[in-house]
Design a protein around this ligand. Structure first.
Ligand code: 5AD
Ligand code: SF4
Length: 481
């Protein structure tokens, strides 16, 4: 369960995305990368359907999968019924997310007899491996995110009639898992992976097991992709990683804050976001970079997980409440107002009522602009599986409700202060029925707006809006001409 959407957390959210718009294909042919208009094969294309669950990392991985499949002569379709190959890019961060793919597979099992093939990609594929074939025998492809670059060979095997194809490569290599092609669906805002995997091993988290150890990508390669995207007309870039703050440039040229600043200096780039940060590795230099570079968005997602140092220790988070608050103080001392959001887990084994109260008091102290709240979910392989003092599910639910109600009140107050402010937004869409345009601020807040008759802002453009109404999760305003 979440209290608001629109920003990313450390691992993955159990949201699902049906990627379907006509993608723009980028050919990655070493660094710097070239962009190629693809010659489509003469044969009628094979069709595929892809549904994505989880975080931005998965969403971006899906762009790589789509790019690879299209380059192999496949065409993406919008319905399971219309597809020959049905793919799910999965998330295993919490049990509910993991179960979703098995529900989907059960729903569509009957289609297998019509000759359709099924593939499970992503974190559940990596975590469960060939066991997926036992649980869902009609699945033909199981492929973890480290193996997407081998998809072309796997597709050849599938097409040759092989019943079970797996790509569960070693995630311990130092390579970054770039595929040759990426199909970005949004023409204005795009992701760039800067670091894969995680070495933190927080006690509850499955990510180090599904995504392997940390591997950073060279800053020159990141910058080359950023410049290429700017040349294509992208104005917003989101740097992605499970823990972007532990970025270590393999060429030794740039720290994370320097890389952030350099991407912000790429001509044409107006907004740079990054997700996700880990408090332990979050340095003051990041705040200084945000302060001195207006193109770096004034929003930091800094997951705290708990307000109790005792629970943080049990979670193996490697910081105390006070150390976390020190980082918050750096942001509050900045010249720009930085919006802060967080992830919080309730009901971690051994979390007492007093611990939970500390999380509530932390909400008051920090005054987040948004949180994602989660009930602790035991995950395979994780150290917290062995902990006693399990919090009953009803109690977790109660704590989550209390947490979310408190945060809603904080947000109601915090969003109100934008009333009367003129804020620059990027136009993202149109809500015809409400007669409104959908847009987002640099702080990552949704600020929808109306326009005077005859005015029609372009998608992807930046306009100024005066805020007139506030809600706990969004703002409403009028475009300023
Ligand atoms: N149970 C509940 N929430 C979890 N998260 C990660 N692992 C678990 C788990 N086992 C949450 C954390 C993380 C976010 C992406 O998901 O809050 O920051
Ligand atoms: Fe984030 Fe910790 Fe999981 Fe790494 S192990 S992805 S730091 S929650």
């Amino acid at each position: 369960m979440t209290t608001r959407s629109g920003f990313a957390g450390e691992g993955a959210r159990a949201t699902s995305l049906r990627t379907g718009e006509t993608p723009r294909l980028h050919l990655h042919s070493g660094a710097p990368r070239a962009i190629l208009a693809l010659d489509m094969p003469a044969d009628p294309p094979k069709t595929f359907y892809l549904e994505t669950f989880g975080c931005q990392m998965n969403a971006h991985d899906s762009e790589k999968v789509v790019g690879t499949l299209v380059s192999q002569g496949y065409r993406q379709v919008q319905t399971v019924e219309g597809a020959e190959l049905i793919l799910y890019n999965t998330c295993s961060i919490r049990d509910k997310a993991e179960q979703k793919v098995f529900h989907r597979l059960a729903d569509y099992k009957k289609l297998h007899s019509q000759g359709k093939r099924f593939g499970v990609l992503g974190c559940v594929a990596q975590q469960e491996g060939e066991k997926i074939f036992d649980r869902a025998p009609f699945v033909s492809l199981v492929c973890g995110s480290a193996s997407y670059r081998n998809l072309p060979q796997m597709l050849v095997q599938l097409e040759a009639g092989k019943q079970r194809v797996t790509g569960l490569d070693d995630r311990e290599t130092d390579e970054c898992f770039e595929t040759e092609f990426t199909a970005r669906t949004n023409p204005h805002r795009g992701y760039i992976t800067i670091i894969e995997g995680c070495d933190k091993f927080c006690a509850y988290c499955v990510v180090p097991f599904t995504r392997g150890k940390e591997r950073s990508r060279a800053s020159d390669s990141v910058l080359a992709e950023a410049r290429q995207m700017a040349d294509l007309g992208y104005t917003e870039i989101q740097l992605l990683g499970q823990n972007v703050n532990s970025y270590k440039d393999p060429s030794g040229k740039k720290t994370f804050a320097e890389l952030l600043a350099a991407v912000g200096e790429v001509p044409g780039i107006k907004r740079v976001r990054f997700t996700t940060s880990h408090p332990r590795d979050f340095g003051r230099d990041i705040v200084e970079a945000i302060d001195s570079h207006p193109t770096l968005c004034d929003h930091v997602h800094l997951p705290v997980q708990s307000g109790s140092t005792r629970v943080l220790d049990a979670m193996q988070r490697l910081y105390s409440r006070d150390q976390y608050l020190e980082r918050i103080a750096w942001m509050k001392e900045a010249n720009r107002e930085i919006s802060i959001t967080s992830d919080i887990i309730v009901g971690f084994p051994g979390e007492t009522e007093a611990d939970f109260e500390q999380t509530l008091s932390l909400l008051d102290e920090v005054e987040y602009d948004g949180i994602f709240g989660f009930k602790y979910s035991p995950r395979p392989n994780t150290p917290s599986l062995k902990l006693d003092d399990v919090v009953p599910d009803e109690e977790k639910t109660r704590r989550l409700t209390v947490l979310q109600e408190k945060q809603r009140e904080i947000q109601r107050r915090r969003y109100q202060r934008h009333i009367g402010q003129v804020i620059e937004v990027m136009v993202e869409g149109r809500n015809q029925s409400r007669g409104q345009w959908i847009a987002r601020t640099s702080q990552n807040k949704v600020l929808n707006f109306t326009v005077r008759e005859g005015v029609s802002p372009e998608l992807g453009s930046y306009v100024s809006v005066v805020t007139t109404v506030s809600f706990p999760n969004s703002l409403l305003g009028e475009m300023v001409i």
